[in-house]
Design a protein around this ligand. Sequence first.
Ligand code: GAL
Length: 650
Amino acid sequence: MYLGVDYYPEHWDINMMDEDMQRIRTMGSNIIRIGEFAWHLMEKEEGKFDFSFFDLVIEKAKKHDLVVMFGTPTATFPAWLAKKHPTILSEDEFGHTRVFGGRRQYCFNSKIYWEYSRRIVEKLIEHYSNEKSIIAWQIDNEFGHEGSDMCYCPQCHSAFIEFLRNKYKDIQRLNEVYGTIFWGQTYNDFSEIPMPQATITTHNPTLSLDWARFRSHSINAYGKMQIDLVNQLKGDHQQVTHNFFGGFFEKAYDQNVMSEALDFASYDNYPVWGGLKEPLEPAHIAMTHDYIRGLKNKNYWIVEELMGAQGHNIIGYLPRPNQAKMWAYQAMAHGCENMLFFRWRGMTRGAEQFCLGIIDQDNETGRKYEEVQSFMKDVSQHEGVIKSEIKSDIAVLYDYDNNWSWHYQQQSAEFNFTKELVRLYRPFHRLNTNIDVIDIKKDFSKYKVIAVPVMQIIDEELSKRFKSFVEAGGTIIFSFRAGIKDRDNNINFKNIFPCNIREMAGIAIQESESLQIGQEAEIIGLGQFVGKKGQCEVWRDIITPTTAKVLYQYNDKFYNDKACITENSFGKGKVYYIGGGVLQNNILEEIIKDIVIEKKISYTETPEGLEVITRNYNNEEWLMITNHTDENIQFQGKDIQPYESLITRK
Ligand code: GAL
């Protein structure tokens, strides 16, 4: 198992390196990650490559028994390159060039940037391909993060037009699909098509979706170029990865595509960042881990695990004693099997003065150091448990087309794609079931239950896959707005909502209402849920059941005979439809608990805030327990302290 830190020796006096590494090693590390922002140090002037600084770092790392993950440095290019070739700089939505100074401000479609990237990557890998202590290459750093997924420069415009020309071939076909007859937007030629930059009111939805697909394609193509190059030149003992950021659904970048080419996926886990008053809720954090594991359907690395408070200009919540350590355990419970902490020491100069590390400006080893040390000691004794396979009967499915479609047409100001995923993920997480979070293109036939949140694009092919899944005995839980659109992002014509799944859901939806911030619609339970009340936020589909049983209906003057939550038997399986953003967790929890019991899925009931993941290792059951609260929790005769974590036999 690899455990270590992100180390930036170039930030510090060269004489500190030995002591740093000795302390890093004593803490329990066996790996450091270096180099990912150090292009200028490797090529101070164009064409003059010099890796002597890193030769020294590696020599010292070896002396201290540390192996290395090395980053290709393309996330931050040198100032001389920007000066010489200003066209490498990306442009924002308003056509303003992003000047040299921040990071990640290069254009993914700049041929010049491709050339310079190729050259530095080539020189770097060639220099170190035989270096035994370098065991992995990280390409670039957090592709697409911090708004870098978007660029509206002329190079991107031409590439976008080519992308559309390849896709549609004939401009009349594009006009037909886009419906450009509307607002008289018909194009005579591909060259007339704009990028969806600032305009009055809104752009064509199909154009917008194609733009997101194009952005994702641009990032993935650039990444693939680097991955291929590294693969071609690296030593056989070296692997290739990339560090994905959280907040993936906010960006135009389908990380599944890049993951295919990587040896393993890596994640940067920051449960709290910037001005957040409090961390993400446990289910949300857990969902991000399950998503990363789902990228390659296998365990993954975390190459940046937060330890101290973080933020560029605004800093928020300070992780409480043992809390950041607890998040590290939680990650291990969800399939992370090698971990590096960000970062060894907070830097006193430069843009990230407030991104704190394991040690800070006093250069003393204190509480955080001790926490990491005890974590490393403990997890390295449980390597077998940590690396054991996670088998899930439940999958939460997502699709980037759907995500982007929602992004450009939010429909309710309250809508947020991630929040809707968490809404269906949370009740399963509350029961401590194993859950995979996977792209809809992956095979879902092996699961017992699939949750399909806000899947507004359901084409016929997908509908067939859903149908055979349910017919064979599977359970599907859809949430609102399912199947209103086709893959071109157009609303289905001559079809009743929810299109392509109506029969299996046993419902029809003639009307819906978008609920705005602070607006709620009351629902009441029927049958086994009689006497229960709740509210929907964000949205409500006004459902007429055809064959479905009503579990909850609306409770207002005009729609009190219309359903909000339904259940339908179809083939050997069942389809649930949750027609609104149900606010009360317990309403969904009760429904989902019944499903979990009916499908004989193993689960563990715990007090709120206590997460317990069960693993099978060596024919024994192990528990990975994390207390996300600041209170003591009693569980199976154990007194679990605030933010305590345990790996223990059941
Ligand atoms: C990450 C990034 C790191 C560092 C860190 C600060 O997103 O990869 O380079 O900026 O945030 O919290």
